[in-house]
Design a protein around this ligand. Structure first.
Ligand code: CTP
Length: 405
């Protein structure tokens, strides 16, 4: 059961090879995957939805609406549910629509809504396959990050011989297993992640806080867990939840509580990602009763908090990785690099307040990663989930480097 618990959307299109999708489906289910089949209208001419729903144990999705009861089939829900979308067989027409975003059926809308990786197994006649239009579409799909399972050479349904035949189901299943295996590069690793704001209490009803939503830190914790790591997430007060069993959340409120928890957990980890927006100052005195309005100005004395990342930078071993964040408003690159040096970080992720779509509250981020040698990698504006995937990909390569593999 090498695919236990995996959610796969299997898209089937109108090709003679559609009958092989039944074998493919059976193999995926046998490996423990939960599969939701989506068929194009043409696919149903080649294989019946009854076969596919019997093999998957779920109704096949095909139309936007169910004519009987008016139920709306949400392509967005399917796209979010999937850990992988696999389109097999994929006809030339479907490849063209996917490349250009022509959403005239449920399969293409699901593809466009999908947050997961997408694997495509083309199936068509050899002349269609090698036509420049089809090759251009495949190049576009590759550039979107889709994984293409190259068709094999052999006898084609047309009677011709050549490249275009859908890869055999058992080989596609091996590709799927390999795909999920590759994602587990942090198996047996343990990471500490900090996220969210801190609240520094002034009196029982007031605090000093900041606008951090915690989304970036939670997305990183998710991606680390997705790659097989165990994660301890020390989180300030946020309105989001960590969904995965590999993530243990330690809720804290103040910078000092976060400091204590991080120092306790860090020695047993392989590294830490410091994503929290920690208060730099905290009230010197806490008033046990609510501060009353008066005629005079109110002065609250603040004292500096401990630098958590900086402290971990001093105690970290050679094998441990320390990643920090910098949110800057001016002289971004210079400030971020000096922060990396000051805190003993392995690399720092810079987001500039000057980039629209980056920073607090929003769902997107635009980052630059800077390493100890001041090498800078600039990334496009992306969703926080995609940014987290980029950061975790870098963490994986740094960890592999540290362990000499
Ligand atoms: N950080 C931390 N503990 C603190 C302050 C910051 O661990 N008390 C971490 C943040 O989580 C982040 C990095 O240090 O990974 C940089 O945070 P930032 O607020 O930009 O740095 P400061 O050291 O506070 O510098 P300044 O606010 O003066 O720019």
């Amino acid at each position: 059961m090498r695919l236990l618990g995996k959610h796969i959307v299997l898209g089937v299109t109108g090709s003679i090879a559609a009958y092989k999708a039944a074998y493919l489906l059976r193999g995926l289910v046998k490996e423990g995957a939960e599969v939701q089949v989506v068929m194009t209208p043409a696919a149903k001419e080649f294989i019946t939805p009854v076969t596919m729903s019997a093999l998957s144990g779920k109704p096949v999705a095909s139309e936007f609406f169910s004519a009987n009861d008016g139920t709306w089939h949400s392509h967005v829900d399917m796209g979010q549910w999937a850990d992988l979308m696999l389109i097999a067989p994929a006809t030339a027409a479907t490849l063209g629509k996917m490349a250009r975003g022509i959403c005239d059926n449920l399969l293409i809308t699901t593809y466009l809504s999908s947050k997961s990786a997408v694997m495509i197994a083309p199936a068509m006649d050899l002349d269609m396959f090698r036509h420049p239009a089809n090759l251009a579409n495949l190049a576009i799909l590759r550039s979107y990050g889709n994984l293409i399972i190259e068709p094999g050479e052999g006898a084609l349904a047309s009677g011709l011989h050549g490249k275009g035949r859908m890869e055999e189901p058992e080989n596609i299943i091996e590709e799927v297993i390999k795909f999920f295996g590759q994602k587990k590069k942090l198996l047996n690793k343990h990471f500490l992640v900090t996220a969210g704001p801190t609240y520094e209490k002034i009196d029982p009803v007031r605090f000093i806080g900041n606008y951090s939503s915690g989304k970036m830190g939670y997305a990183i914790a998710d991606q680390l867990a997705e790659s097989g790591a165990k994660v301890t997430l020390v989180s300030g007060p946020v309105n989001i939840k960590a969904g995965r069993s590999e993530i243990t959340v330690i809720p804290v409120e103040s910078a000092n509580e976060m400091y204590e928890q991080c120092l306790r957990v860090f020695p047993e980890t392989d590294g830490a990602v410091m994503c929290a927006a920690v208060a730099d100052f905290t009230p010197e005195d806490y008033s046990g009763s609510k501060i009353k309005r008066g005629e005079d100005d109110l002065t609250i004395h603040l004292k500096p908090t401990s630098d958590i990342a900086g402290t971990l930078g001093q105690v970290k071993s050679e094998k441990q990785l320390l990643v920090g964040f910098a949110l800057e408003t001016n002289d971004e690159l210079v400030n971020a690099y000096s922060k990396l040096k000051r805190k003993g970080l392995d690399f720092i992720v810079l987001n500039s307040m000057n980039d629209s779509g980056a920073g607090f509250g929003v769902d997107t981020n635009k980052i630059t990663m800077i390493d100890k040698d001041n090498n800078q990698s600039v990334f496009e504006l992306k969703s926080k989930t995609e940014v987290a995937a980029d950061i975790v990909a870098r963490i994986i390569s740094e960890i592999e480097h540290k362990s000499g593999s």
